[in-house]
Design a protein around this ligand. Structure first.
Ligand code: ATP
Length: 219
């Protein structure tokens, strides 16, 4: 696994969890916050921690924001600071900026100003939990980042035929990577493999494309 250079801006509960977990996983993590106490708290848990105001373009430039593989803007409540930090990071050349939005309006603004990925942690976790509760045939979801996920979906009458004829990639933008039929698992199934109701399909795709497939199946 390639070590990533990560910059985490804002060390609340969310930012701290992101920064310390990335560091534990072996990545280089620089963490900044404008509050000195928060910086001290994570000092020994990341590669480097510093006090800085992320809404100040000069501060981000001197940190070398463009050199990081990933910048995570984990400021929530102060929407203005969040927007400025995201905008400055992008305009200074950061290749991939993930930012946290507190509501739908903030999400739209952040997307408009160029955030590569906008997440709403409470909302997204709520949706995920609800899906797990409401659709028990999705045994588990593995989020791959960048909005990609691997999920397990149960086939029904609407998915009869071979994978080639069903053309799930062309129709929904998803790929079946395994088929579990009553405990017998076929990994990377052939195009001729036929699906039957109650087969458990392990499918990879974006959140949107997986939702489309679920909708088609009437879940
Ligand atoms: P969480 O839910 O993760 O605890 P939150 O949204 O409640 O976060 P916020 O107060 O919005 O918390 O901000 C998270 C962190 O971002 C705080 O530690 C705060 O000090 C820091 N922060 C806010 N504005 C800036 C800024 N302009 N520059 C750097 N850090 C900032």
């Amino acid at each position: 696994m390639k070590t990533k250079q990560c910059l985490v801006i804002g060390l609340g509960r969310f930012g701290t969890a992101v920064a310390t977990t990335l560091y534990e996983m072996g990545h280089e993590v620089v963490a900044i916050d404008h509050n000195e106490e928060n910086v001290e708290r994570v000092m020994n848990l990341v590669t480097h921690a510093a006090v800085a105001d992320a809404s100040d373009e000069r501060a981000l430039r001197s940190i070398g924001v463009a050199e990081f593989d990933v910048v995570v803007v984990a400021i929530g409540t102060d929407v203005q600071a969040n927007i400025l930090a995201t905008m400055n990071a992008k305009s200074l050349g950061a290749p991939y900026v993930v930012t946290k939005a507190i509501d739908e309006m903030a999400r739209r603004v952040l997307e408009r100003i160029g955030a590569d990925l906008v997440i709403r942690p409470e909302h997204d976790m709520g949706v995920r939990l609800a899906r797990q509760i409401a659709t028990p045939n999705i045994v588990d979801t593995l989020d791959l980042g960048g909005d990609y996920a691997i999920v397990e979906i149960e086939a029904n009458e609407r998915l009869r035929g071979t994978l080639r004829d069903l053309n799930l990639t062309g129709r929904f933008g998803v790929q079946v990577i395994a088929v579990n039929r009553a405990g017998r698992v076929e990994v990377t199934p052939r195009a001729e493999a036929d699906l039957r109701p109650h087969d458990k399909l392990v499918v990879i795709g974006t959140g949107h494309s997986l939702d489309e497939l679920r909708r088609y199946l009437g879940e």
